[in-house]
Design a protein around this ligand. Structure first.
Ligand SMILES: [Zn+2]
Length: 252
């Protein structure tokens, strides 16, 4: 089966329709990522209700900035309580796009470290958002000894991609890779055993900005197709290997 390891299910509308569309394309698992208190509960609830849906819980870097330490700790407690129902911690990380001052960056780092500690404690993978903070995220993860890591939609330099490989972390290739040539080098360079696929839907549509529709998990097949094309491997073999990668990483 094909697997979408990262999407924002709460933004996609009718969940049953999304699952049906996915099934029709052979997509058997959809991992919904929580990004705040509300979407964490949404993702958890849908994962309990539908066989095809799994969830990871976390706080998105921008949302975390609006929370106090006690709010964040409360949410971490909620995640702990649901350890048996979740695949991992995400979407968490750091985003320096709109944070240029030292104080803001320090705060983001502080919060990120809380979630890395949580994942290490629970012994589950982290799904990392690292926009314009790629080097800093990799540095923190390395220094804290994180082993189970998925760098989601990663746009860092090739020397960081090499570090990711050396650490045995995974990279999930978003569906925009069909048009975004930056990913072609990554797909070519990184061993298939470290690749996963994602839609990040409703974002990252395979047709790029021109697409009039929201992206959705059914489209994850586009990432598999690009990997199969670049690595000159049969699509079925790519599907099989990545299913194995997913199961090994998340302990299924
Ligand atoms: Zn995302």
């Amino acid at each position: 089966m094909f697997i979408d390891v990262h999407c924002h299910l709460e933004m996609l509308g009718d969940v049953e329709k999304i699952i049906d569309n996915a099934r029709e394309k052979g997509v058997g698992k959809i991992v919904a990522a929580g990004t705040d208190v509300k979407t964490n509960r949404f993702a958890l609830e849908k994962s309990e209700k539908y066989e095809e849906i799994e969830c990871v819980l976390g706080i998105y870097p921008d949302d975390a900035l609006k929370m106090t330490d006690s709010d964040i700790d409360k949410e971490i407690e909620f995640i702990r309580e649901n350890r048996e129902k979740i695949l991992g911690i995400g979407e968490v990380g750091m985003d320096f796009k709109n944070t240029l001052d030292e104080k803001g960056r320090k705060r983001r780092e502080e919060i990120f470290r809380k979630f890395v500690s949580l994942a290490l404690d629970l012994n589950v993978p982290l799904i990392i958002h690292s926009r314009e903070a790629e080097r800093e995220c990799v540095g923190i993860l390395e220094s804290m000894g994180a082993k189970k890591v998925v760098m989601h939609s990663f746009f860092g330099d090739m020397d960081l991609v090499k570090k990711i490989m050396k650490n045995g972390w995974s990279l999930s290739i978003p569906t925009c890779c069909v048009k975004t040539d930056w990913f072609w080098g990554v797909i070519d360079f990184v061993d298939l055993s470290l690749l996963l696929c994602e839609t990040d839907s409703p974002y990252m549509h395979p047709e790029g900005r021109k697409a009039r529709k929201k992206n959705e998990p059914a489209n994850v097949v586009a990432s598999y197709g690009k990997i199969s094309e670049i690595k000159k491997l049969d699509l079925r073999d790519v599907e099989k290997v990545i299913e194995g990668n997913y199961k090994a990483l998340f302990g299924i």
